[in-house]
Design a binder for this molecule. Structure first.
Ligand code: BGC
Ligand code: NOJ
Length: 809
């Protein structure tokens, strides 16, 4: 069942039934100011950090669902309704929500009155804009009352939901004309406030929630709305809100519009006040004036569109399959940018107060956005590297506001350092910017420890070698990619964090997955060294990689698949000797991607075992059979009911590793068959089962052991975005950035006859047509660049604006 449809021309998903299986959201903002917005106008806004600078409230896990946000109320005689249908729930004659690139438009109509809310956050300004347009489609004049409403958060989202004894007394506002200023704590240590404005004269306003809602009122029928006007209340403590009321006398056929804006403003310390307790509103006025007419609103909107045009034009594909095209050209790329902005901080599943930026998460996200924003990717790499510890280990997370390693969670997640090699390598292939390796970067955010980025990579590489276990496989530490395989944790007490209980390092527990990573990214590291003519060092790295490969094939091979790990007692995990958790997806994907056993048969065997034991109609489960009881020696993974999350859920993140592995083996049909299984655009028709947004990936789909097999969860903020984008564009479509040019190496279904790609690479736009007359799955027979035959499959670098490429497979 579908709840809407794609509009590819406008790059939008159009929701036509508001009762989606879950709120389907969008992200507005691409710099510092962000808003999460659902299809019924629920959501919240924050500046930079969803915990420390939360601008409006959002109650997670609440009933009714998704009630807080940016709703407007229309009072038409006795009937009250919202264009997004919520929170009133009044039945409408029409409803539509268009989620686009950085904007959303919600339109509803009832009884010949049509109202739309156009939302966006402009480039480079800290403001959420909402234009409300009211059309009287009737043949007679109509009287309407229009109300806006936002509820302010007292800045620190964590404190806001816990410290009521203080917070009920701190709230402060000021009102001047149509602008409501939220200035809680500005009197003391804050230098920022929020301003909620309307560009028209308002008839009344409220800033006290009790006054607007009524003490026992509900968002579905606020007191002020029932009364037809606000009471010009000024909040003193309790719950400061912003509500505007405008009375409209609309002639038959008349249209009225008003622009609302929610701004975040910082004021220099010395200029905070213009009179005792009176805040300096000048910076707010300046910002508001930039968007207070339709012309200015439209111009800002246009700028946002061109921003996305520019980003998305860097990689465009045209195949005969619309579902593939819209992933590459629009939605998968868009999701990659959202992970760039959010890491794993704020979504409808991530409260914005828990995790900051993940070390491995942000490194992997980069793989998906580096071609769109290479300069910002560069800065991101340097920021991440600066949190690396002196011994090459890494803080597992860092805070976006301070960019400092988070010592609450600390380090000891032994895959983390290797991801730094992965993202730096991807960055250099994309940009050719070898100089980044010479940048001086702090260790542990201490300038006195700074050294080159190359030295950071060296320590990442050596960190694995310095932490080997009894089988010469890497020690796992607290966990590897699978945060929930906690082999050194042994937690017995409810509430203990699986992540940080137990020693951060055990001398025995080893990870075959990290071994695979070491081979894959160790090879990349050796190539970097060779390019820098550090040949001796490169040889040493090669040797270490070879030894690791040997160790994997000797002690990390279980006979028909790669073993997952050795636990703290040296017992096998992910082996046919086990009764549960016999085979895991991660090492099969990573080891084959690394090229382990591709010549000697193990790789193929492993992929066959994946097909036989892990694959389902909705994708590949993480492990099989699922754990049915809690295992002290395995930790969180066995805490989940069978089929959910890391305990045999379909983890969308590592499905693309298997797809990549299939392309390594040259299996184009198989790769695409697997690609389709988790790809949201291919699941649109079963939205009632999949439940999450059909335009973005979710982290996890319930596996075959779960009662809700096929149900998605945790959409938007997942490394899946980057990995599916790279597997599709590089593994399947075969457009692979390489040090000395663009390598073309497709691995496609036999029946694909032809497709074209426009790819901006190092300043040149490559117009590539790939033809497959012989029904091949892999292998480039001929490469013609601007009419000239080129040997091999790498398009050499040129200094031209445009290059035409023809590829025959
Ligand atoms: C989740 C993991 C996540 C970890 C760290 C666990 O509860 O299942 O997916 O990586 O928490 O936040
Ligand atoms: C989500 C985390 O963000 C990521 O870092 C981890 O690899 C996966 N869960 C698997 O546990």
């Amino acid at each position: 069942m579908q709840y809407g449809h794609f509009d590819d021309k406008n790059r939008e998903y159009v929701i036509t039934d508001w009762e989606t299986p879950l709120p389907w959201i969008n992200y507005l903002g691409s710099d510092d100011f962000f808003t999460l917005l659902s299809n019924t106008a629920g959501g919240y806004a924050f500046y930079k950090d969803a915990r420390l600078r939360r601008i409006t409230r959002y109650r997670y896990n609440n009933l009714p669902l998704d009630q807080d946000g940016f709703h407007i109320y229309i009072k038409d005689n006795k009937t009250v309704w919202n264009p997004g249908c919520r929170p009133c729930g009044t039945k409408l004659d029409s409803y539509e929500c268009r989620h686009g690139m950085g904007y959303s438009v919600i339109t509803g109509s009832r009884n010949r009155i049509e109202v739309s809310q156009e939302f966006y956050v402009p480039k480079n300004d800290n403001i959420l804009l909402m234009r409300v347009t009211v059309k009287n489609k009737d043949k007679k004049d109509r009287n309407i009352d229009l109300f806006s409403f936002v509820e302010f958060c007292l800045w620190d989202a964590q404190d806001d939901t816990t410290n009521f004894q203080r917070n009920y007394s701190t709230g402060e506002v000021e009102v001047e004309g149509s602008v409501i200023y939220h200035k809680t704590e500005y009197r003391e240590r804050r230098n920022h406030y929020a301003a909620f404005f309307a560009n028209r004269k308002v008839d009344s306003f409220d800033t006290s929630r009790d006054a607007f809602m009524g003490v026992y009122g509900t968002p579905a029928s606020p007191l002020a709305v029932s009364n037809g006007k606000c009471s010009d209340s000024i909040a003193h403590g309790w719950q400061p809100v912003g509500a505007h009321h405008i009375h409209l006398d609309l002639k038959a056929g008349e249209t009225y519009d008003v622009i609302f804006g929610l701004a975040y403003v910082e004021v220099p310390e010395r200029k905070k006040f213009i009179a005792p307790s009176v805040i300096n509103k000048e910076p707010a006025r300046k910002l508001i004036q930039k968007y207070d007419t339709n012309e200015k609103f439209d111009a800002g909107f246009k700028k946002l569109h061109s921003f996305w045009d520019r980003l998305l034009s860097r990689f465009e594909v045209s195949t005969s399959n619309d579902k593939v095209n819209r992933m590459v050209n629009i939605w998968n790329a868009y999701q990659c940018m959202v992970t760039f902005n959010m890491s794993r901080s704020a979504s409808y599943y991530e409260s914005g107060i828990g995790r900051g930026m993940g070390f491995r998460d942000s490194c992997q996200d980069l793989l998906g956005f580096v071609h769109m924003i290479p300069e910002r990717a560069r800065q991101r790499i340097l920021d991440i590297a600066a949190t690396q510890k002196e011994d090459g280990g890494a803080y597992h997370q860092y805070q976006p506001l301070t960019k400092k390693g988070n010592s609450d969670i600390g380090g000891g997640f032994n895959d983390d350092p290797l991801w730094l090699i992965a993202c730096t390598d991807a960055y250099i292939r994309e940009t050719g910017d070898w100089d980044i390796l010479k940048e001086k970067v702090d260790f542990d955010n201490k300038p006195e420890l700074a050294d080159t980025l190359l030295e950071h990579l060296r320590r990442s590489f050596n960190y694995t070698l310095n932490n080997l276990g009894p089988h010469k496989l890497p020690l796992i530490g607290r966990a590897d990619w699978n945060d929930c395989m906690n082999l050194n944790c042994f937690s017995k007490h409810p509430g203990e964090s699986f992540q940080i209980t137990g020693p951060s390092e055990g001398p025995v527990a080893e990870s075959v997955f990290i071994a695979g990573m070491f081979v894959k990214y160790g090879k990349a590291y050796a190539q970097l060294l060779r390019h820098l003519e550090k040949n001796d060092e490169a040889k040493k790295a090669d040797k270490a990689v070879k030894e690791m490969e040997k160790a994997v094939l000797k002690d990390g091979w279980d006979g028909s698949w790669f073993l997952r790990a050795y636990d703290a007692f040296g017992k096998k995990v992910g082996s046919h000797y086990n009764t549960e958790g016999q085979i895991f997806i991660e090492p099969q994907g990573m080891c084959v991607m690394a090229g382990i056993g591709t010549e000697t048969g193990e790789a193929q065997k492993a992929l066959d075992s994946v097909q036989e034991r892990l694959e389902t109609k909705y994708g590949i489960v993480l492990l099989n059979p699922a754990y049915t009881t809690y295992k002290l020696n395995l930790g969180e993974i066995s805490s989940y009911p069978p089929g959910y999350k890391e305990n045999a859920g379909i983890f969308c993140h590592n499905n693309p590793w298997i797809i990549f592995a299939e392309t390594v083996m040259g299996h184009g049909d198989r790769a695409f068959e697997l690609y389709k299984k988790t790809c949201p655009t291919f699941l649109e028709e079963i939205s009632e089962i999949h439940r999450t947004e059909p335009y973005v990936y979710c982290q996890m789909v319930a596996g075959k052991d779960a009662p809700t097999f096929g149900e998605g969860k945790n959409s938007w903020l997942t490394g899946t975005a980057a990995w599916t984008f790279t597997v599709l564009t590089q593994g399947i479509l075969g457009i692979q950035p390489d040090y000395n040019g663009l390598r073309i190496d497709p691995c496609i279904p036999k029946k694909v006859k032809e497709y074209t790609v426009n790819r901006l690479f190092r300043g040149t736009m490559y117009h590539i047509v790939i033809r497959n007359p012989h029904k091949a799955e892999k292998g480039v027979k001929e490469l013609i660049v601007d009419g000239q035959h080129v040997d091999g499959n790498v398009i050499p670098l040129v200094s031209k604006k445009n290059v035409n490429v023809e590829v025959i497979m």
